[in-house]
Design a protein around this ligand. Structure first.
Ligand code: PGA
Length: 254
């Protein structure tokens, strides 16, 4: 039986405080990267300026935390896909809940970023997730709306060229993660919504990650769930040892 390859992404957010610390965090990972197994793809997403201080390798690829959909021009503060490509970036996080909440990114904006990223040949990681998990399951409607608008206008083929990260907002940067079985249910729901829209065989190509308070102790429980294809990790990706612990859970199927 072929084993699926897990995707483990570390989102550094606006950390660490200096280029020196960023270099040493990355070096801490590369030093151990020869031990990363074949069954996990490791990606880190440093802040833009630090992208020039680290080099992507076969074992550790680079993601950007955001992008602008236009090619060039008068967009102060923005960064284009061509610039990211030049910096060796292969993945782009799009629509993180912190950007949606603090910088008013709508599903329509996320959609522009997603489509531009696929078109440029980089892989978008689109974040969706409910603010509250109500007992009646109304949050499923929120997820459906986010998927339908954020992922509008794709072709069947595109589903294999993108990732969706299910990140319930209440679990991001929190004390406690979602329950693995609930994250699995949400991942299955996301794949079903895509199947309704693009067909079952296209939806099978879509990979769904879980993110929100993942650490090396709970990572294995998420990865054992059938529909979860990897993890998006925030805080625990800021210490090489902790992040490596999570990667080991993926490699060893712990
Ligand atoms: P966290 O962040 O792991 O610190 O909860 C996850 C994320 O924001 O992607």
């Amino acid at each position: 039986m072929s084993q699926k390859q897990f995707l483990i992404i570390g989102n550094w957010k606006m950390n660490p405080k200096s280029a020196r610390e960023a270099r040493s965090l990355f070096a801490g990972l590369t030093k151990k990267s020869s031990s990363f197994g074949l069954f996990s793809q490791v990606v880190v997403a440093p802040p833009f300026p630090y992208l020039s201080y680290v080099r992507s390798t076969k074992k550790i690829q680079l993601a950007a935390q955001d992008v602008h959909w236009e090619r060039e021009g008068a967009y102060t503060g923005e960064v284009s896909l061509a610039m990211l490509k030049d910096a060796g970036v292969q993945w782009v996080i799009v629509g993180h809940s912190e950007r949606r909440r603090m910088f008013f990114e709508s599903d329509e904006i996320v959609n522009k970023k997603l489509r531009a990223t696929i078109k440029a040949g980089l892989t978008p990681v689109v974040c969706i997730g409910e603010a509250e998990r109500d007992l009646d399951g109304a949050f499923f409607a929120t997820l459906r709306r986010q998927i339908e608008v954020s992922c509008a206008g794709l072709s069947k083929n595109d589903l294999g060229k993108m990732i969706i990260a299910y990140e319930p907002i209440w679990a991001v940067g929190a004390e406690k993660p979602a329950r693995p079985e609930d994250a699995n249910e949400a991942a299955l729901f996301i794949k079903k919504v895509m199947a309704q829209r693009y067909g079952v065989s296209a939806a099978r190509k879509l990979r769904v990650l879980y993110g929100g308070s993942v650490n090396k102790k709970n990572a294995g429980a998420f990865l054992r769930e059938q529909e979860i294809d990897g993890l998006l990790v925030g805080r625990e990706s800021l210490h090489a040892q902790d992040f490596i612990g999570i990667i080991q859970c993926a490699d060893l199927r712990l």
